[in-house]
Design a protein around this ligand. Structure first.
Ligand SMILES: Nc1nc2c(c(=O)[nH]1)N[C@H]1C(S)=C(S)[C@@H](COP(=O)(O)OP(=O)(O)OC[C@H]3O[C@@H](n4cnc5c(=O)[nH]c(N)nc54)[C@H](O)[C@@H]3O)O[C@H]1N2
Ligand SMILES: Nc1nc2c(c(=O)[nH]1)N[C@H]1C(S)=C(S)[C@@H](COP(=O)(O)OP(=O)(O)OC[C@H]3O[C@@H](n4cnc5c(=O)[nH]c(N)nc54)[C@H](O)[C@@H]3O)O[C@H]1N2
Ligand code: SF4
Ligand SMILES: [Mo]
Length: 688
């Protein structure tokens, strides 16, 4: 906190703008400026505690680098423009391109960082204004496989239980999640559970900080989840430890699963895990009265993402671990509002509340509510498909609070694609690497400068409150969409506040109808589904029956498949990518905090001691890492936390991990394989 005089301080309770835990905090305001953060003791989520990112989230707000005026590119150079000029140009170009080339020629990329109200209004603008379903959000490259997989298994794509519920469990299985660094205040619940004596098992190819917290750490070969889970299930069935009553009453498809897992007794060759260890994992999970699974991107960001998620669904149902306190399958949702962006219908095939665009009765309902005709029934292009389609058929794109030039796979491909567009709008709070490719850059407002809601990973709708004004001429993002809709002559966008947008959404969304503005204004708010104003909200899903049409959970027999690109003689290392506690994604915000920048100022890669020795690589020297798609030169960090042949690099740095990653997609969710590709490592010689 800076040294402002205490008598002028105002405390504004709001929600952390970073991860999906959704911690409550107070922004401290003095003379119209955010000057610090103070704990908000009444938040039931974090009970007054915050991680380093939450504590420092006030620092970027008044950064001199903030965008303060609209920018228009003229003759290759950006020039400041008025709002009228910039929005007239956006409206004209989008209209022209859509009139000439049709609805598939536009791409709308929606953020997961911004409030629900802004996600909702952007997808409404795309659908009403341009009759396109080319609308997607960055859950696609995050927990898209969770939405797809859990919907198939349980009928709903969301986490089943709240974070603090791990304290009611008898066994905590953490799989492909580094919660201690990526969701520290959910990680705190796991640490609390451990102190209570509840056993914690972490399954991760890397000895991550979360693995270090566990009672048991299981190392396995990267991306061999399905083989390992199938083998656990083989031994659970073989030793008759499965919950027959649950299987019979509440599920279908068990025979298919049983048949599939029969060939998975011994998976050591594939997974690297000895059979005795698998048996032990199986017994521990099955013996617990209540066992919970917590997972994250180690499961989802692979071409087998949806199948990995369904495999965890299989495991939980096999032991009856669904529908009560202390059990469940919980994806730790990533961004502050990734749950919300999906809930709001920023998706190519659903409206808010996952109401399907393909169903004529749904389209009719939305057409009546929105006062339009001809809403599209087709499945739109996903986030990374839109990138591949730049030039043909996509000619114009609107990127709202995303930084694809750094965060999407194969950065060189992303940049080449963006160059093919006739017209690109980027709406951000900073001039990002992606802005370079824009024709118009629009300055939005940060979380501290507007009202609204973020929905956390436990489906809790948390309040975001305006504490300060946006800098210069920057505008609240929802307002930018209202102004643009006016320029386009659209009806149904005459909103005066985010609360009015929320009510517009509520009216058409049965699962959220009861979550009124008044209710979500209270500490603790409400968890959707919340269909009526009297409904208490739903912290735990699938209690009596699953959310599927027939009320049953579905087992799927799933065979193991290797990743799209595996190490070979030319590219002998497996690269895993992920996060560090001190940075958030492309660092636009965290790197503008002095504290966080100081902790990790430069990119590095973890390499095993033996490998470093063989290659003559020393601690903290720059090395070259190459893949079929590009290269990067991070510092080397030598450690046994990664196995020989495996590297780990954070995704935070430009021209870093994503210069190397692969665009191959999971066929079901269209998730790119961000967590696995083959690379070569070279020492950089003196002569260079
Ligand atoms: N500090 C910080 N916190 C964040 C974010 C951030 O940028 N910074 N981002 C937020 C977002 S959007 C998300 S989605 C979450 C992500 O949260 P996490 O998924 O927990 O974070 P990651 O570090 O990406 O990956 C987790 C772990 O997956 C492991 N892993 C497990 N199995 C496999 C496998 O088979 N193959 C590979 N390659 N890796 C495996 C890696 O070793 C890594 O430790 O974090 C959120 N929180
Ligand atoms: N290799 C590899 N790549 C990955 C991952 C990985 O694990 N490995 N993880 C993937 C995952 S899970 C995710 S979620 C993505 C994240 O990818 P992105 O969402 O592209 O990353 P961010 O840096 O969070 O970008 C958000 C942008 O929004 C801006 N912004 C923030 N708040 C506001 C606001 O209120 N208004 C406006 N207008 N702008 C705002 C920020 O300045 C920033 O530029 O990255 C993915 N990429
Ligand atoms: S755990 Fe997540 S929500 Fe909580 S303070 Fe840290 S980044 Fe913010
Ligand atoms: Mo994410």
């Amino acid at each position: 906190m800076s040294n402002a005089k205490p008598e002028t301080l105002k405390y504004v309770p709001t929600t952390c703008p970073y991860c999906g835990v959704g911690c409550g905090l107070n922004l401290i305001v003095s003379d119209g400026k955010a000057v610090g953060v103070a704990p908000w003791q009444r938040s039931p989520i974090n009970e007054g505690k915050l991680c380093p990112k939450g504590m420092t989230c006030w620092e970027f707000i008044h950064s001199p680098d903030r965008l303060t005026k609209p920018l228009i590119k003229k003759n290759g150079k950006f020039e400041e423009a008025s709002w009228d000029e910039a929005l007239d140009l956006v409206a004209k170009k989008f209209k022209e391109i859509s009139d000439k080339n049709g609805p598939r020629s536009l791409g709308f990329q929606v953020s997961c960082r911004t409030p629900n109200e802004e996600c909702y209004i952007m997808q409404k603008l795309a659908r009403v204004g341009f009759k396109t379903n080319n609308v997607d959000n960055c859950a696609r490259i995050c927990h898209g496989p969770s939405v797809a997989g859990l919907s198939l298994s349980f009928g709903s794509g969301a986490a089943t239980n709240p974070f603090e519920d791990v304290l009611n469990s008898d066994f905590i299985l953490v799989w492909g999640s580094n919660a201690v660094e990526a969701h520290p205040l959910a990680g705190r619940r796991i640490a609390q559970a451990k102190l209570k004596g509840i056993p914690v098992m972490v399954v991760d190819p890397r000895y991550s900080p979360t693995a270090k917290l566990a009672d048991t750490w299981i190392r396995f070969n990267p991306s061999t989840h399905i083989a390992l889970i199938n083998s656990m299930m083989y031994w659970i069935i073989k030793e008759n430890l499965h919950d027959k009553e649950f299987i019979e009453k509440r599920t279908k498809g068990f025979e298919d699963l049983k048949k599939t897992v029969e060939s998975y007794a011994d998976v050591e060759k594939v997974t690297g895990v000895p059979t005795e260890t698998v048996k032990d994992m199986a017994r521990k999970y099955a013996a617990a009265k209540n066992a919970v699974i917590i997972y994250c991107l180690g499961i989802t960001e692979l071409t087998t993402g949806t199948d990995n998620v369904r495999s965890l669904g299989n495991l939980s149902m096999l032991c009856g671990n669904i529908g009560r306190p202390g059990v469940g399958v919980n994806p730790l949702r990533g961004q502050n509002n990734v749950q919300g962006a999906c809930d709001m219908g920023a998706y190519p095939n659903v409206y808010s509340g996952y109401q399907k665009c393909e169903l004529p009765e749904m389209r009719k309902k939305m057409e009546d509510a929105w006062g339009v005709t001809g809403l599209p029934d087709w499945y739109g292009s996903t986030l990374t498909e839109q990138i591949t389609q730049c030039g043909d058929p996509i000619k114009a794109m609107y990127i709202f609070a995303l930084n694809p030039a750094v965060s999407y796979p194969d950065s060189n491909h992303v940049k080449r694609s963006l160059e093919k567009l006739d017209f690109l709008v980027v709406q951000d709070i900073f001039f990002t690497e992606t802005c370079e490719y824009a024709d118009v850059v629009l300055p939005g407002a940060s979380f501290a400068e507007k009202d609204g809601t973020f929905t956390s990973g436990e489906r809790r709708i948390n309040r975001v409150r305006k504490a300060v004004n946006p800098p210069g001429e920057a505008k609240e993002d929802w307002e930018i969409f209202v102004l643009l809709a006016k320029k386009l002559g659209l009806k149904g966008f005459d909103f005066k506040s985010p609360q009015e947008i929320w009510d517009d959404m509520r009216k058409v969304t049965p699962s959220m109808f009861g979550a009124t503005n008044a209710r979500i204004d209270k500490p603790g708010s409400v968890h959707w589904p919340c269909p009526t104003e009297e409904h208490p909200g739903t912290p735990i899903l699938h209690k009596e029956k699953f959310a599927s049409a027939d009320g049953l959970g579905t087992f799927f027999g799933i065979e193991y498949r290797p990743p799209a690109e595996v190490a070979d003689a030319e590219y002998p290392f497996t690269l895993m990518t992920g996060r560090l506690i001190f940075h958030y994604h492309t660092r636009t915000q965290t790197d503008r905090s002095k504290v966080l920048h100081y902790e990790v100022p430069e990119n590095y890669v973890q390499i095993n001691t033996e490998d470093a020795k063989k290659l003559g690589i020393k601690e903290d020297e720059h090395i070259k890492v190459r893949s079929r798609r590009g290269e990067t030169t991070p510092l080397a960090r030598i450690t046994d936390d990664v196995a020989p042949g495996v590297l780990y690099m954070a995704m935070h740095f430009p021209n870093g991990a994503n210069n190397l990653t692969n665009t191959a997609l999971d066929p079901m969710s269209k998730m790119p394989e961000l967590k696995h590709c083959a690379v070569a490592v070279e020492k950089i010689t003196e002569a260079k």
